[in-house]
Design a protein around this ligand. Structure first.
Ligand SMILES: N[C@@H](CCC(=O)N[C@@H](CS)C(=O)NCC(=O)O)C(=O)O
Length: 216
């Protein structure tokens, strides 16, 4: 069986878990904190980040995007990357937009300050970082609203890794009590509600909420 190392609440771990659930691949989730980096974990994930994955032979891979593409190649159905080369590249673009563009703001600033630093670690939030993050949100929302352009999904009007990666960042934002305003960004809000009501995603949100409910 595959072994995934990671923690609830991480958008990157969630991304891989959704891919596994969509493809109905069984796996064992081994808890791994992003703050504790044992020598053993660093062998699996040399940058010390979650997630990491071991295959059935104990061979490791790190990074959610690398793992997602590996899973796509090993378990092609249902496809989460389109066949068309341009659309495949667009999915990879949205994965990068989510992880490289949105994550530093939505997860790094807003979620980290409100949820990790304040609710879980009981520290005072860095109000400047939080305010910065909140102020940066509009440009992401406006871009995504335009890109969805009345479709059901981000690329090729089919559910793909693009929806998973972008959705995972917005789920962390919602955990930080910020939702997409339906009046200001109606298309993005409809898309988010559609994506988060998929069973593979709704189940993980429920797990996160259960965990947060116990902690706060
Ligand atoms: N590009 C990586 C990012 C993973 C990442 O940053 N994970 C965070 C937790 S949400 C982490 O492990 N942070 C610890 C660190 O950077 O030292 C991926 O997609 O897997």
């Amino acid at each position: 069986m595959l072994t995934l190392y990671g923690a609830l609440l991480s958008p990157f771990v969630r991304k891989v878990r959704i891919v596994l659930a969509e493809k109905k691949v069984e796996y064992e989730l081994v808890p791994q904190s992003p703050f504790e980096k044992s020598a053993e974990f660093l062998k699996k994930s040399p940058l010390g980040r979650i997630p990491a994955l071991d295959d059935e032979q104990g061979r490791s891979l790190a990074d959610s995007s690398i793992i997602a593409e590996y899973l796509e190649e090993r378990f092609p159905e249902p496809a989460l990357l389109p066949r068309d080369p341009y659309e495949r590249a667009r999915v990879r673009w949205f994965d990068e937009y989510a992880d490289g563009g949105m994550a530093p703001t939505l997860t790094g600033k807003i979620f980290f300050q409100r949820v990790v630093n304040t609710s879980l670690m009981k520290n005072k939030p860095d109000e400047a970082a939080l305010a910065d993050g909140i102020q940066e949100l509009a440009r992401f929302f406006t871009y995504l609203e335009d890109e969805i352009d009345g479709n059901d999904y981000l690329v090729g009007n089919t559910f793909s890794l693009a929806d998973i990666s972008v959705g995972c960042q917005l789920i962390n934002l919602r955990h930080a009590h910020i939702s997409i305003d339906a009046a200001e960004h109606p298309t993005l809000r409809r898309w988010f509600d559609r994506v988060t009501s998929r069973p593979s995603i709704a189940a993980l949100i429920e797990q996160d909420q259960g965990f947060l409910g116990h902690q706060t």
